[in-house]
Design a protein around this ligand. Structure first.
Ligand code: ARG
Length: 460
């Protein structure tokens, strides 16, 4: 059914209908459309447009539409309605007849689509946030399994300085904590009630908009009817927050693809999250992580898609804006799916702590610790840097590892090396000098783990 037509002499062409109909994707908004329409019916009743009896009849018909939509897999079969809003009114008409003609009094699909999308997206923000928290929790568990494990930290993918395994994982915990906040910010801007805005000029009926907001659990009402019809910022906010989540997941995936490779061989991914090869019998491929990395492109693409759609649209609503939904739905599905997958992968990870420890021990990740010790003893840092640089060069030439040096040979190499510095040849020792807030000192990291658990409890 159409919500318009009187002004036209012929109907739309079959091609145009196929081209423009959105029911096949915006049907996902049906529960929101029903809930919003029930609140609208109650508001029309308060405004004196509907009687209490009419309102009750409409609301229970809406309930039955929702029930049937959930129960009947063929509910949408054969529907040729333009969009979900038209479809719901068509179903209403089948149930209550002429009374259905009153539900759209003074209402525009422009405000309705904003309302429905907000109702749907508000739940989606909550869902994404829950999944972020679940992943954060899995990362904390993985950190706590190996509280003392030492790994080489990297810059430029070259061994840089030793860090604790929990310190590394807590870095991702922080990224995800910001994601949780960003999604909360997005939710706050989603959680504003647009109904009563009409097509663009404000409703001609005396709605108590604050009452509608209370009815639908919104925190506040929108302030400008033209803004409502024109605005998709709230969707962009979610898409941006989701894109940053995906960047974090993609980087985590990249790390673990590397760390679980034969070249690094620090960690083993569970059989349940890896795949074999149809040809090479020995393969155990990290497909779950590769797909997370790959799907990040789709979410970032969704953000870009809507940014480009919105750019340059004249005030206020334009049909272009119907193109917001597929990227939005796609992004929410992908980010939620990837968060869940990442959690399962994290639960499956087995670290082999001796491998990264040996990697740290046999490389020169202690060089900074040595240079800083020289500086603490009074050598100017630049000189200290030079001395240790030469020590490394000498060692590389003669294939010496830090453990091949001791207090005497160090002192013989450069008199600035006092005997106490030799202990810093062990990568575990230098970390103890980094008991600074935010550093990898073992005491600070243990406290950070405890604090992270507390923060997580507040997020649930
Ligand atoms: N299906 C449309 C959308 O998603 C609903 C609004 C249509 N409004 C209009 N004036 N054509 O944007």
């Amino acid at each position: 059914m159409k919500l318009w037509g009187g002004r036209f002499e012929t109907g739309p062409s079959e091609v145009f209908e196929r081209f423009s109909n959105s029911l096949h994707f915006d049907r996902r908004l049906l529960p929101a459309d029903v809930r919003g329409s029930q609140a609208f019916a109650r508001s029309l009743t308060r405004a004196g447009v509907l009687t209490d009896v009419e309102c009750a009849t409409l609301c229970s018909a809406f309930d039955s539409i929702q029930t049937d939509a959930t129960a009947d897999p063929a509910f949408f079969d054969g529907a040729d309605d333009e969009d979900v809003h038209s479809f719901v009114i068509q179903k209403l008409k089948q149930r209550v007849g002429a009374l259905a003609d009153k539900i759209h009094t003074g209402r525009s699909r422009n405000e309705q689509v904003s309302l429905d999308t907000r109702l749907w997206l508000r739940d989606e923000c909550d869902r994404t946030r829950e999944l972020v928290v679940a992943l954060m929790s899995a990362l904390l568990d993985l950190a706590s399994k190996y509280p003392d494990a030492v790994i080489p930290g990297y810059t430029h993918l070259r061994r840089a300085q030793p860090v604790l395994w929990p310190h590394y994982l807590l870095a991702y915990f922080e990224m995800l904590a910001r994601d949780y906040e960003r999604l909360g910010d997005a939710r706050r801007r989603v959680n504003v009630m647009p109904l009563g805005s009409g097509a663009l000029a404000g409703s001609g009926f005396p709605h108590d908009r604050e009452a509608i907001a209370r009815d639908l659990d919104f925190a506040s009402i929108t302030a400008n009817s033209m803004d409502v019809s024109a605005d998709r910022d709230f969707a962009l906010d979610y898409l941006y927050a989701a894109s940053v989540v995906m960047i974090h997941l993609s980087r985590l995936a990249e790390d673990w693809i590397l760390y679980s490779s034969e070249e690094f061989a620090w960690m083993e991914l569970g059989d349940g999250v890896t795949s074999g090869s149809s040809l090479m019998p020995q393969k155990k491929n990290p497909d779950s992580l590769e797909l997370i990395r790959g799907k990040s492109g789709r979410v970032i693409g969704a953000l870009n898609s809507l940014l480009f759609t919105m750019k340059g649209l004249p005030m206020t609503y334009n049909r272009d804006m119907q193109e917001d939904k597929e990227p939005l739905f796609e992004a929410a599905d992908q980010v939620n799916g990837c968060l869940e997958m990442a959690r399962i992968v994290a639960e499956s990870v087995v670290l082999k702590p001796s491998v990264p420890f040996v990697a740290a021990e046999e490389s020169w990740v202690v060089a900074t610790d040595l240079a800083e010790a020289l500086a603490r003893n009074g050598t100017a840092f630049h000189q200290a840097h030079q001395i240790v640089g030469r020590l490394v060069l000498e060692s590389v030439r003669h294939r010496k590892r830090p453990a091949d040096w001791n207090a005497e040979t160090l002192a013989a190499f450069a008199q600035e090396f006092t005997p106490d510095i030799a202990r810093l040849l062990d990568p575990r020792e230098g970390m103890k000098t980094r008991e600074i807030a935010g550093g990898t000192g073992p005491g600070v990291v243990a406290a950070a783990l405890v604090a992270a658990r507390r923060r997580l409890a507040d997020m649930k």
